[in-house]
Design a protein around this ligand. Sequence first.
Ligand code: SF4
Ligand code: FES
Length: 235
Amino acid sequence: MTNNSITLTIDGQPITVPSGATLLEAAAAAGIDIPVICYHEATSPNGLCRVCVVDVDGGRVLQPACVAECQADSHVETGNERVERSRRTILEMLNASVNLRQAPEIQAMMRALAADASRFPDARRRESELIDDNPFYVRDYEQCVLCWRCVQVCAEDAQFTFALTLKNRGHDTSVATAFDISMTESPCVFCGQCLGVCPTGALKPKMEWGMEQGWTAEELRKNTRRGRKRRADGE
Ligand code: SF4
Ligand code: FES
């Protein structure tokens, strides 16, 4: 071990990592998979969703593995009963308020943890109109888990365009353009990077969405060349 590396134990397995490595990075180096939602390798981690929590030395609170740094000689458990109960509850609460119908990775997490999709039947659902204001993609924030990935990739993490921000507070928080202007009026350059990092169906290419709606070839051609604002029946 050098001054720039530390050794800890993860799920009983000793591992030496560079000083400053996160628990997520150390676990990956040890071949241990930790579920993530807000974390993406292309964006700066912010520790928002907390589905990546792990147990460090039985501490009072669980640590978010995507942002918590490894501590020398610590003992980390990534899947004990306490960790799984916490992740399960987070997923159940998320599912209670957000439409996760088109979020296969999150659905797989729920199955793996035997999460109860009907645990919070009276929870307030996130409701918003589908936004179709440009020829390239639609936004359905009923499916948004507020991971922030799109906001970050649009800003300092990649594009430096700053077309996206957050509006409102608490349950009503939503991704939006500044002052809710249309995407065509915003600085958006339609690079598509936000769609690439979105873990749900909240952001979708207009062509794909149109095909799901059963548009004809002519409708696809026409509607992907100008903006419209609508929500399909039954969506
Ligand atoms: S739109 Fe997608 S990428 Fe953006 S915050 Fe919502 S879920 Fe995350
Ligand atoms: S993945 Fe770590 S807090 Fe979201």
